[in-house]
Design a protein around this ligand. Sequence first.
Ligand code: ZN
Ligand code: ZN
Length: 282
Amino acid sequence: MGAEPGLAVCAAHEDAQATATCARCGNNVCPLCLELDSALPDHCGACRARVGGGQMAWEREGLPWLRRWLLTTREVLLRPTDTFERCAPGPWTASLAYAAVTGALQAAVQFCFLLCGAGCLLAAGLWEETIGPEGREPLFVWIMVGVLVAYPLMVVGFHLLLVVVRAALFHAGVMVSGGGEGFAVSFWGAGYVHAIQLATLIAAILGNLPLIGPLITLFVYLAIEVWTALQLTTIARVRHHLTPQRATLAGWTPFLVFSAIGVGCCALMILWFVSTPMWPDQ
Ligand SMILES: [Zn+2]
Ligand SMILES: [Zn+2]
């Protein structure tokens, strides 16, 4: 089969005419390149060899959990596209456990901040002033202890809820786009992209700066959602076998829904603010 002059030639087979482009690298491909009954029917041979096969470090046995968590977090944050293309989806429970550990470690760091804050208040002798004499009431002390114990649990619970909601929205986008694999694959991806939530610690620290603090917080949360949408797009393309355009739609679905909710809440707040007289007539 010789390529006719003037027509596109396959990138891998010099004398074959290109019939399509690879969904991953965009190279011209010919029927010899494609393996239609493989898991990646629209990928060229080089990309098929590159994609899949691997396993998330978190799912590897024989290493201590903290080391597996560190390896996975580094891989996902520094080489996200490569990692999600290379690693085949493992059990969704492993991915959920990874998100839980990520949330727990984050809660631990935030908890230290809280304790430091309380310590500073005590050291500065401001405790009495801030808390007031009720601070000595046993009920108040028990409420404080309850909050301190419940806080880490609430943080972890919030992280897990976020993973579940993100996975559900992502999978809804995948189904609308005609994705082929099940919810477990979407959930697997949503659990590992959760690594980026560690960046909220930046917002927790810098967000306290005067004037630019709220701007930094807004920017960090926006950047997190954009990064997440890009990684979910990769997962939709490689794991749900969607075309790049359809994968983009699926990957950005959680971002669009979260943004709509955010804008809606802002609009409601502005409406409430406008409709409530600030200085009631006397
Ligand atoms: Zn390719
Ligand atoms: Zn070819």
